[in-house]
Design a protein around this ligand. Structure first.
Ligand code: HAM
Length: 448
């Protein structure tokens, strides 16, 4: 540990590093960030609740960590990666602390584990914004959101299988089918150094055929060269020595057990010996879900792997770990192109119409009835500002209301209200004291 985190984009001032920044409209969301509004946000709510329910079924609890941490937390992510070296939003706070907005979610969870020492196995999930100063394009943003899970304190390959199953089943449950799972092992501190020597020797011998980036990485982070998509590098990489052929016996046995477990569950996967992932902390199992429905440069829906040394490297107790992060924005783009998880239509059980002409604020009868409906667990709404009956009915339609509950003078004189089924157009009179239970019964029967 220790050492200096190289300078990366700073939060303020916004002008110097990015000449375009000064020309941006201050009252628009910054480049690479997005507002998510209803009804689109309904898909987010659905996605998150599906993940939360699935994670709970697997025995994972929600963990919340701060959006910023001391920069040191991200050093082991690490120094040879773009995520930390080039893309981290680093800043000094008013107290002179060096902080960074979360570029990735694993290191903060490991930091929390070290700080609180929960009893292992510690199984947690999260939904968190992540910040990376990337070149913004479709599927690549400066603020994106990940649904993730981490398990600390167990090195059993059954956990690898479990987290992969958690992620894979989630993507499938959304209706996605055009994606694949790539699997690899990066070995450990026993077998990887020997492999890195062999890889470096090979790459040095072919350095003149590599792109400038790969030439630079060759010495600092040779594994990342395997990730290069430049045509001239791909040709060299194809013939490079493979880590899977250098695994030590325990790593080999672990990898075999993970594959056997996935086969037992019927989780399809392909071994990709060149899957190295973009972060430094990985050991043994690594995996990535790639979608055919996304452009190839941003086709990863999510990925993860083991990081058995990270807790120790961050000054904590030995605690093997494994997890994954799934990019919500990319999953939604994939859902759009596969035509699944449509934006939910607005739906409301009841819309209370003020036909008493109570004016702004509404008649107290309307206000009270709306309150009762909501307290009874129904979704209910109204119009505001003393609108005409026609305008109120239009608003009910827009809100996707199943029933109109019309509070009119004549009906009220009989101690009743009118209830109109917005689908069939049928209208009945229901006693004022019974209308809430009437709607509850009908809602259950109709399943709205
Ligand atoms: P990652 O591969 O860097 O892994 O990010 C996980 C996922 O987040 C990606 O597969 C992608 O879907 C999404 N993502 C990443 N960067 C962006 C971006 N700029 N714009 C939009 N989406 C993006 C991690 O962050 C690890 N912490 C995952 C992990 C958890 N490994 C072990 N535990």
């Amino acid at each position: 540990m220790g050492g200096h985190v190289p300078a990366s984009p700073r939060c303020a001032p916004v002008t110097a590093a990015d000449p375009a920044a000064g020309r941006e409209d201050a009252y628009r969301a910054p480049v690479g960030t997005h507002d998510v509004l209803p009804p689109e946000s309904g898909r987010w709510a659905e996605l998150v609740s599906q993940f939360a329910r699935r994670a709970a079924r697997f025995g994972y609890g929600l963990v919340l960590t701060p959006a910023f941490e001391h920069v040191e937390v991200f050093q082991r992510v690490g120094e040879g990666t773009d995520v930390v070296r080039k893309e981290m939003y680093e800043f000094e706070d008013k107290g002179g602390r060096r902080l960074a907005l979360r570029p990735e979610g694993t290191a903060p969870v490991v930091r929390a584990y070290i700080q609180h020492r929960p009893t292992p196995p510690w199984k947690v999930w999260y939904l968190a914004p992540h910040f990376r100063h990337e070149k913004a394009q479709r599927g690549r943003y400066r603020q994106h959101h990940q649904l993730g899970a981490e398990v600390l304190g167990v090195d059993d390959p059954a956990v690898d299988v479990e987290v992969i199953d958690l992620a894979q089943g989630f993507l499938t449950s959304l209706g996605l089918s055009r994606f694949s799972l790539a699997l690899n092992s990066l070995g450990d501190s026993v077998c990887r150094p020997g492999y890195l020597d062999a890889l470096r020797d090979y790459l040095r011998a072919h350095a003149d055929q590599l792109c400038a980036d790969s030439q630079a990485r060759l010495e600092t982070n040779p594994l990342r060269v395997l990730d290069c998509k430049q045509p001239q590098c791909v040709a060299v990489i194809e013939r490079a020595p493979q880590l899977l052929e250098h695994l030590c016996e325990p790593c080999e046995a672990h990898f075999e057990a993970v594959q056997a477990g996935l086969k037992t569950l019927g989780v399809p996967f392909e071994i990709d010996p060149r899957l190295v992932r973009g972060l430094d902390y990985y050991t043994r199992t690594t995996f990535e879900f790639a979608s055919e429905a996304l452009e190839s440069a941003q086709n990863a829906l999510g990925g993860g792997g083991r990081y058995d040394r990270l807790a120790e490297e961050m000054g904590g107790p030995p605690a093997p770990g494994i997890g994954f992060g799934i990019g919500i924005e990319r999953v939604l783009i994939a859902c759009d192109s596969e035509g699944v998880l449509p934006t939910p239509l607005p739906r409301l059980d009841a819309f209370v119409v003020d036909a008493l002409g109570g004016g702004p604020g509404g008649d107290p009868e309307v206000v009270a009835l709306l309150h009762e409906l909501r307290e009874a667990g129904l979704s209910a709404d109204r119009a505001y500002g003393g609108r005409s009956l026609k305008a109120q009915t239009r608003a009910a339609d827009r809100a996707g209301a199943r029933y109109l509950v019309i509070v009119g003078r004549e009906e009220m004189g009989r101690g009743a209200v009118a209830v109109r089924d917005m689908e069939s157009g049928e209208q009945v009179e229901v006693g004022r004291s019974r209308v809430v239970s009437w709607l509850c019964e009908h809602r259950e029967r109709l399943g709205t």
